[in-house]
Design a protein around this ligand. Structure first.
Ligand SMILES: NC(=O)c1ccc[n+]([C@@H]2O[C@H](COP(=O)([O-])OP(=O)(O)OC[C@H]3O[C@@H](n4cnc5c(N)ncnc54)[C@H](O)[C@@H]3O)[C@@H](O)[C@H]2O)c1
Length: 238
């Protein structure tokens, strides 16, 4: 039996709850039950937004894994607390605000001898798995160019108001998913250049990003992201 604690109960955490509940296999089903059972007892920890309360849950709630579904400023204290409580952790993207924070979290979990996973889910979506399988089966030969595009005018700010006020927006929020898909498809990146723009005057960060990359295996790819593009919507919905 794997016992899982969920930290954060905002916009995205509901998907984590449903994900744990839908997971197959006795271990996962038990963990979903444990999550539900533990929820009322520790709900206050999320409401208070205190890293101390979450750390107390990690120490006292008899868990194996914590699923950290909070926004990025809380990731380093929460992952550090997970390492101190010797729990495995899965942490939402964006993993860290700085490279220093990212390295500190990885080092803390390595010292604790526990597994740290970054919740990077787009590469696991069925259409992306199908493209990856086709590439691995050599269905299209050896690619030399790829374009991964996500252009939308969907109002993400109504569900996640913090996205409008953060000085960094599309690369940090959506772009990292699209960049990770390019990395899954074409491998590690040697060199990149990016141009960004802010089209929506009501937000603080960039809402358009175009990124050109040279991958180590020889592929050139283009990742283009926009939340300023009105078109027939393909934005994923529940
Ligand atoms: N993987 C995806 O597809 C995807 C999609 C949307 C959001 N996200 C990510 O999920 C994370 C959360 O986003 P959201 O939109 O749900 O944010 P949100 O602000 O709606 O929810 C965050 C929750 O965390 C709680 N919280 C913050 N610090 C805490 C702490 N120290 N202890 C306990 N609770 C704490 C807040 O009270 C809030 O309930 C972000 O990093 C976001 O980028 C991922």
């Amino acid at each position: 039996m794997i016992k899982v604690g969920l930290i954060g109960c905002g916009f995205f955490a509901v998907n984590q709850m449903q994900g744990w509940a839908d997971a197959e296999g006795p271990a996962s089903l038990r963990s979903a039950t444990a999550t539900r059972t533990g929820w009322p007892r520790w709900a206050r920890a999320s409401a208070s937004r205190s890293a101390d309360d979450a750390a107390r849950m990690m120490r006292e709630a008899d868990l194996d894994v914590v699923d950290i579904a909070t926004t990025v400023p809380s990731h380093r204290p929460l992952v550090t607390a997970a390492a101190e409580a010797r729990l495995h952790a899965i942490c939402q993207k964006p993993f860290a605000e700085t490279l220093e924070d990212a390295r500190a979290m990885v080092a803390a979990m390595e010292r604790a001898g526990r597994v740290l996973m970054v919740h990077e889910n787009f590469r696991w979506q069925s259409p992306i798995r199908a493209v990856l399988a086709a590439l691995r089966e050599d269905a299209v030969g050896r690619p030399f160019f790829g374009r991964v595009s996500f252009r939308s005018g969907y109002d993400v700010f109504s569900g996640q108001p913090y996205l409008a006020t953060d000085p960094r927006f599309i690369i940090q929020d959506l772009g990292i998913h699209i960049l990770d898909i390019a990395r899954a498809l074409f491998g590690e990146v040697d060199r990149l250049s990016a141009s960004t723009a802010r089209v929506n005057p009501a937000i603080c960060g960039e809402d358009v990003a175009t990124i050109l990359m040279d991958h180590a295996g020889g592929v050139t790819s283009l990742v283009d992201c926009s939340y300023a593009t009105r078109r027939d919507e393909t934005f994923p919905r529940p």
